[in-house]
Design a protein around this ligand. Structure first.
Ligand code: PLP
Length: 377
């Protein structure tokens, strides 16, 4: 039985070109980028070259990119580093990734006032609601570019225009958007933007925060002053090289990604929804990244379906990777006011640039079979 990977929002396999670049780096770049000698300088050059590639992916300047240990740390840096004073105010949404949600709660415990805006029933935050929350004293807005569960694109640009008029900096978690849709950090209007390598064919454990020139949160990791003092710790040279190569590939592929991947996603969604097993596509009316569909089956436990699908050779997810296995159901679907009976049976399918049509046809059959088996029990 061939395995079909439909869980690419959780992570993506390392691309062969990325692996090759990392293997070379492992062999040829043993130095510490902070060392002044030639071995150190070679490592430094590789880090700076990768920084250029990551910057190009979001049409930014290299000096505005700070490498972190991943999207989670970049989100923590954006929020906690911007709002370290009690009495500040954060405006965010209720559908963010846990790295933003939990950072927000942490800030709240330190005296920051947090406003969490709910989405409409399709999973999109209404820009007007977010703007209305930009009251006096707001110190940061954090709104994700694309939701990891439904794929819904959020109105970052509209919110940023208004936030800018009020002098409020804007952070966007673009982890699920980069490589899937073209992103121009400047044009999006945000001041801070989070990236992660492992969602675009790069390694896990490396990400970055883009910060518009002149804007930078206070560091949250203190030490040797690497990354221009913004994020201490000896650079993850091998990971950074891998991130750079993945960004290069993604910058080329993103041109075709939309058409190629959305056609297959739509085939999958239609095949399952019309398959006679009660599948309901959640948030399908919203503008979405091209690779994601969230399909719910009333009366079924999503976790049980994911496990049966795994036995049938399909990798899918009940929602965000961090929530898999927990008793709670998706905070995103809850915020969208999807009835619990339906939300508990939601499965996220996320394709990659490498998904092919024969896999989609095969996956539709296996999903329908799995739901019928569970319903028959
Ligand atoms: N933000 C979003 C929207 C994500 O989907 C994820 C990962 O699932 C992250 C942040 C965290 O990124 P990382 O796994 O690099 O810490």
């Amino acid at each position: 039985m061939t395995r079909i990977d439909l869980d690419n929002n959780a992570t993506t396999p390392i691309e062969p070109e990325v692996r090759a670049a990392m293997v070379v780096a492992m062999r040829d770049l043993p130095g510490n980028p902070s060392s002044l000698h030639s071995v150190g300088r070679r490592a430094r050059d590789a880090v700076e070259c990768a920084r250029e590639s990551v910057a190009r992916l979001v049409r930014a300047r290299a000096e505005e990119i700070v490498f972190t240990s991943g999207g989670t740390e970049a989100n923590n840096l954006a929020l906690v580093g911007t709002l370290s004073r009690p009495g500040g105010r954060l405006v965010t949404s209720s559908i963010e990734h846990p790295s933003v949600l939990v950072s927000s709660s942490f800030l709240e415990s330190r005296g920051v006032v947090v406003s969490r805006v709910d989405p409409d029933p399709t999973g999109v935050i209404r820009s007007g609601d977010m703007i209305a929350a930009l009251v006096e004293g707001a110190g940061l807005v954090s709104l994700m570019t694309a939701n990891n569960e439904t794929g819904a694109l959020q109105p970052v640009r509209e919110v940023a225009v208004e936030a800018r008029k009020r002098g409020v900096p804007v952070h966007t978690d673009a982890v699920q958007a980069i490589g899937k849709i073209p992103i121009d950090a400047e044009d999006l209007g945000a001041d801070l933007l989070t990236l992660s390598a492992h969602k675009i064919g790069g390694p896990k454990g490396i990400g970055a925060l883009w910060a518009r020139r002149g804007v930078f949160p206070s560091p949250i990791v203190h030490g040797g002053g690497q990354e221009r003092g913004n994020r201490s710790g000896t650079e993850n040279v091998i990971g950074i090289v891998g991130f750079g190569k993945a960004a290069e590939l993604a910058a080329v592929r993103v041109k075709d990604y939309g058409q190629t991947v959305s056609r297959l996603r739509d085939l999958l969604e239609a095949g399952i929804v019309k398959g006679g097993v009660g599948g309901v596509a959640i948030g399908a009316e919203s503008p979405r990244v091209p690779n994601t569909t969230d399909i719910a089956f009333e009366g079924i436990e999503g976790g049980a379906l994911v496990q049966l699908l795994d036995l049938k050779g399909i990798a899918a997810s009940t929602g965000s990777a961090c929530e898999a296995g927990s008793e709670e159901y998706s905070h995103v679907l809850r915020a969208m006011a999807i009835p619990e009976e339906l939300a508990r049976g939601a499965i996220r399918f996320s394709l990659s640039f490498h998904t092919v049509e024969s896999e989609i046809a095969e996956a539709i059959g296996r999903v329908i079979e799995a739901v019928e088996e569970i319903r028959g029990l």
